[in-house]
Design a protein around this ligand. Structure first.
Ligand code: PLP
Length: 378
C-alpha cells in the first residue's frame, strides 16, 4: 500500500468501495429521465433534515449560491453591514458584496481558527444587520456567545457549514445541536471534497423557520410561487437529480466517513505530538470535530520550507488560506475595517493542511509523519 500515491483526497478509491450502490442509484436516474427535480432530490432533503434534526433542508446548486440566497432573504438594504470571519474561504464576503452589502471582517481564535465572539463585538456598528459564521475545518464555532450577541443587537445569524457537516455544538448545559442548525439559516456544500461530496457541485440551505423556508425555496426557483408566477426576485439554483441520488447513498455512510477521518486525525495527533514547532489542531470542548481538514500551525517560520520538503517526497499539502478576507485585492474597496486582524494574518503565514480523507492507510500516514519528523530533526 505504501507505494500508492498519496493524495489530499481520494474520491476514486471511495467510489470503488461503494461502487455497486452508487452505480445502481445513478442508473435509476438515467432510466427515469427525470434529471431536474426528480424524486431523489426531495428524498435527499428529507433524509438530510432527519440527520440534522432540523425541519427544512432546501437543496440548491452550491454553497456560494446558498449564502447569497440566505442574504437575499434577510431584509437587508444596500450598505448594511455583515460581520464575517477574516480567516476563511471567501464565499460569504463575496456574496455580501454582490448584494451591495458591506462585509466587516472579524478576527478569529488562534487555536480553533473560528470567529471570535469578542472580535464580533468590535466589528459591530449602527449598520450591522447580520453575522455570517463559518464552521472551519470540521469544528463548530462557539455558537452560544454568537447567538447572545445576535439577540442583543437584533442581528440575523447565517452559519456557513460547508466544511463541518456532522459536527455537533455542545451547549454549556450539555445539549447538543448539529452545526448549521443553530442560527437563522445554515448553508451546506456538497463540493466533491467536502464531508458529503457529490460528483459535481451541490449545496443546501437549512432553517427551522417555516415561512423563511418557503421564501428560500422560492428564491432557488426564480422566485416562483408556481410556474411562471414570480413573487420574488430569485435565481436558478438547483441540485441535479443525479447528484441527489448519489448523495442519498453517501449520506447513509456519513458516520463511517467521519469515523475514518477521526482515525486519521488520531494517528497524526499521536505521531506529531512531540514536535516542538508544530501546533496541532485544538479540539474545542464545545464542539465535536469531523476533520474536514487536519491543519497544523508551523511556529518556527518554516511553513513554506516544510511544504516544499514534503512535496519533494511526493506528499501533497495545502495552505488554507494564504490571504485573509481583508487582504483580498477584489474585496478591499468594499469592506469596512474594524479592529485588529492580527490573528488571521498570522494564520495565513503558519497554517498547513495535511492529507486527510476516508481512504488513507496506516502506511501512508506513517510515511507522512516520518517525513515531517525528519524535517524538524534534520
Ligand atoms: C467550499 C466552501 C464554500 C463554497 O462552496 P461551493 O459549494 O463550492 O459554492 C463556501 N464556504 C466555505 C467555508 C467552503 O469551504
Amino acid at each position: 500500500m505504501s507505494g500508492e500515491k498519496i493524495q489530499m483526497v481520494d474520491l476514486v478509491s471511495q467510489y470503488h468501495r461503494l461502487k455497486s450502490e452508487i452505480d445502481e442509484a445513478m442508473q435509476q436516474v438515467a432510466e427515469s429521465g427525470l434529471f431536474i427535480n426528480g424524486p431523489q432530490v426531495k428524498q435527499f432533503a428529507g433524509h438530510l433534515a432527519d440527520y440534522l434534526q432540523t425541519s427544512h433542508v432546501i437543496p440548491c446548486a452550491n454553497c456560494t449560491d446558498a449564502l447569497q440566497i440566505a442574504l437575499m432573504r434577510l431584509n437587508l438594504r444596500k450598505g448594511d453591514e455583515v460581520v464575517v470571519p477574516d480567516f476563511t474561504y471567501a464565499a460569504a464576503a463575496e456574496a455580501a458584496i454582490l448584494l451591495g452589502l458591506t462585509p466587516v471582517p472579524a478576527d478569529v481564535d488562534s487555536r480553533t481558527f473560528n470567529i471570535s465572539p469578542e472580535a464580533i463585538l468590535r466589528a459591530l456598528s449602527r449598520r450591522t444587520r447580520a453575522i455570517v459564521v463559518v464552521h472551519l475545518f470540521g469544528q463548530s464555532c462557539n455558537m452560544l456567545p454568537v447567538m447572545e450577541i445576535a439577540q442583543r443587537h437584533h442581528l440575523a445569524v447565517v452559519e456557513d457549514n460547508a466544511q463541518s457537516l456532522g459536527a455537533e455544538y455542545i451547549f454549556p448545559d450539555g445539549r447538543r445541536k448539529k452545526a448549521g442548525t443553530i442560527g437563522h439559516i445554515g448553508t451546506l456544500s456538497f463540493f466533491p471534497t467536502k464531508i458529503l461530496g457529490a460528483y459535481g457541485d451541490g449545496g443546501a440551505l437549512i432553517t427551522d423557520n417555516e415561512a423563511l423556508a418557503e421564501s428560500l425555496r422560492m428564491t432557488t426557483l426564480h422566485g416562483q410561487s408556481k410556474k411562471y408566477h414570480h413573487h420574488l426576485i430569485g435565481c436558478n439554483s438547483r441540485l441535479d437529480t443525479l447528484q441527489a441520488a448519489l448523495l442519498n447513498i453517501k449520506l447513509r455512510h456519513i458516520e463511517t466517513f467521519i469515523a475514518a477521518r477521526r482515525q486519521v486525525a488520531a494517528f497524526y495527533n499521536e505521531a506529531l505530538k512531540d514536535i516542538d514547532h508544530l501546533l496541532l489542531p485544538y479540539p474545542h470542548p464545545a464542539s465535536t470535530h469531523v476533520f474536514h481538514q487536519y491543519t497544523v500551525q508551523v511556529k518556527n517560520g518554516k511553513r513554506d520550507a516544510l511544504q516544499a520538503w514534503l512535496k519533494e517526497k511526493g506528499i501533497p499539502s495545502a495552505v488554507y488560506y494564504p490571504l485573509a478576507v481583508h487582504e483580498q485585492p477584489a474585496f478591499k474597496p468594499h469592506i469596512r475595517l474594524a479592529g485588529e486582524l492580527s490573528v488571521s494574518r498570522q494564520l495565513t503565514q503558519n497554517v498547513l493542511s495535511l492529507p486527510i480523507h476516508t481512504e488513507m492507510t496506516e502506511s501512508q500516514l506513517a510515511h507522512i509523519t516520518q517525513c515531517i519528523a525528519d524535517f524538524f530533526h534534520s
